[in-house]
Design a protein around this ligand. Sequence first.
Ligand SMILES: Nc1nc2c(c(=O)[nH]1)N[C@H]1C(S)=C(S)[C@@H](COP(=O)(O)O)O[C@H]1N2
Ligand SMILES: [Mo]
Length: 288
Amino acid sequence: MTKPPASLQAVTAPAAAASVTAADPVADDAATSRTAAQAVIAALKESPITRASFMRLVAGVVLVIAIGPAFYRWIKGAFDTGGSSTADYVASDGNRMLPPPEPLPDSAAVVGGGAKGNFRIYTVTEIPAFSSDTWKFAISGLVDKPNAWNWDQFMQMKRTVQVSDFHCVTGWSVYQCTWEGIPLKQLLAAAGVQASAKFVKFYSGDKVYTDALSLSQANGDDIMVAVLLDGKPIPQQLGGPVRLIVPKMYAYKSVKWLQAIELIDKEHMGYWEVRGYDNDAWVGTSNG
Ligand SMILES: Nc1nc2c(c(=O)[nH]1)N[C@H]1C(S)=C(S)[C@@H](COP(=O)(O)O)O[C@H]1N2
Ligand SMILES: [Mo]
């Protein structure tokens, strides 16, 4: 065995290294996807409390202490109309998601006949606004195929239409909503859930609100990553461009401004669950 000349060794070494990566393009792509998906989740975990918003909060608390509950009752009475119509929210949508989603025929025809009742607008932060220039969606954690989508890519995914009711634990409901979106089941199957995954965690683009379902709950047929309501893009105030819908559970599970899904092995208590609401939020059988 003669040693190859040094010049040849220098040439073969990098070539061999390159062929290792080239021979396994799937692993390489998966690593890139995982990095991209993890980056979306990391950004959603960043605290939204800036110095400016903290100062506003302090000012607000001082004001409330100073002026007191009487003023609060007056202002609440003046603004609490019990909710406006969905059409009003669509008309004043502050999101800028282009191109808008194209409704499927059942969605365009509003097969449910149009939602009955008014949504109350709930948020634990300021209402966030989104643009298709920067919006991203990710699935990551204990999955074989993590992924991150931009708006265009997300709009390519196969959607379905369902008609379902929406119940808030505080006692109001909206009936016969025609939702169009991606069944969560479908997203989970495509991501390749690993055997160690036990729970599915949902992250809101408001960077504060999260919730979770057990894996078996998450595989329910009617759980949807929704994009349209009654044939129209879900407006900002109702959690658009993309929100979760869990019809058989109280709506605190229906995370607004959904941007990431993470498969995890331990139970996660969401925003309202850490404040005393049941993690199993089945309508009728839980305290909510
Ligand atoms: N990000 C986020 N999602 C959320 C909430 C919230 O405050 N923030 N409230 C929950 C509750 S308690 C209800 S009843 C519904 C209300 O949805 P709506 O504001 O579209 O009526 O959203 C749920 N999802
Ligand atoms: Mo709620």
